[in-house]
Write a protein that binds this ligand. Structure first.
Ligand SMILES: Nc1ncnc2c1ncn2[C@@H]1O[C@H](COP(=O)(O)OP(=O)(O)O)[C@@H](O)[C@H]1O
Ligand SMILES: [Mg+2]
Length: 246
């Protein structure tokens, strides 16, 4: 099943009074359900813009982005906020709230909302899945960069997303820690059956995905399928208990 259909998407930003920046220029691709896609390309090539369009944080100047058959650029009001809330988004700079402990950071997106699941139990389960169950009461300032990003990943998963978007999730980490964080994200993606899009300029990170789309100046210049990276049965055995949380 196709999870995401990007059709001839162009995004033009106004830069100054008369200048226009074509951040994306006629981008089209399909992404199958449950796949991990890496977006690579130099700074300014349009990776973040594409993630923002899929997240419905921006709308295309022309073309469409469909997620599970919905044109997300046309969403408004409650449908738009529901869509954004159900997405998982992981940022380069973690974006944790310094005054909250690790568990409360994981729970922050659901605090104002009624949920069909037990929030506390789900939060603890997710902290365990990222290896930080012993750090539930620790504030982010007392966690390492890699630990903070693992808290941020747990937070991104709190609403049972089927789609997770990560913008340079390893960009603020050293290469070993970055590889560990990416491996964790990849394992969770397989165990929970999520679709994942990761923007990165690190090829080692990108090569852990199923597919790599290379952007340059807002245009797709390469689209490569890679061999499946991990054995889903092994991953399922390790972190499979999370699946029944809904
Ligand atoms: N809000 C914006 N206003 C004006 N220009 C923007 C805006 N967002 C991105 N751009 C421009 O669009 C191009 C693509 O940026 P971006 O998607 O952030 O690339 P990447 O994430 O690959 O570094 C760049 O030239 C950038 O300066
Ligand atoms: Mg970017």
């Amino acid at each position: 099943m196709v999870a995401i259909q990007v059709r001839n998407v162009t995004k033009v930003f106004q830069a100054g009074r008369s200048e226009e920046v074509r951040a994306l220029n006629g981008v089209s691709f399909d992404l199958a359900d449950g796949q991990a896609l890496a977006l690579v390309g130099p700074s300014g090539s349009g990776k973040s813009t594409l993630l923002h369009l899929v997240a419905a944080l921006e709308t295309p100047s022309s073309g469409t982005v469909e997620v599970n058959g919905t044109d997300v650029g046309a969403l408004k009001g409650k449908a738009l906020s529901d869509y954004r809330r159900r997405l998982g988004f992981v940022f380069q700079r973690f974006n944790l709230i310094p005054t909250l402990n690790a568990l409360d950071n994981v729970l922050a997106p659901v605090i104002p909302f009624r949920t069909t699941f037990d929030k506390q139990a789900r939060g603890r389960e997710l902290l365990a899945a990222v290896g930080l169950d012993a750090r539930a009461s620790t504030p982010p300032t007392r966690l390492s960069g890699g630990q903070q990003q693992r808290v941020a990943i747990a937070r991104a998963l709190i609403n049972h997303p089927t789609l997770v978007l990560a913008d340079e999730p390893t960009g603020a980490l050293d290469s070993v820690t970055g590889a560990e964080v990416m491996e964790l994200l990849g394992e969770l993606r397989i165990a929970l059956g999520m679709t994942l899009i990761v923007a990165t300029h690190d090829y080692a990170i990108a090569s852990r995905c199923d597919r790599i789309i290379s952007l340059k100046d807002g245009v797709i210049v390469a689209d490569d399928d890679l061999a499946p990276p991990a054995d889903p049965m092994l991953t399922q055995a390790r972190i499979g208990s999370l699946k029944g949380g809904d």
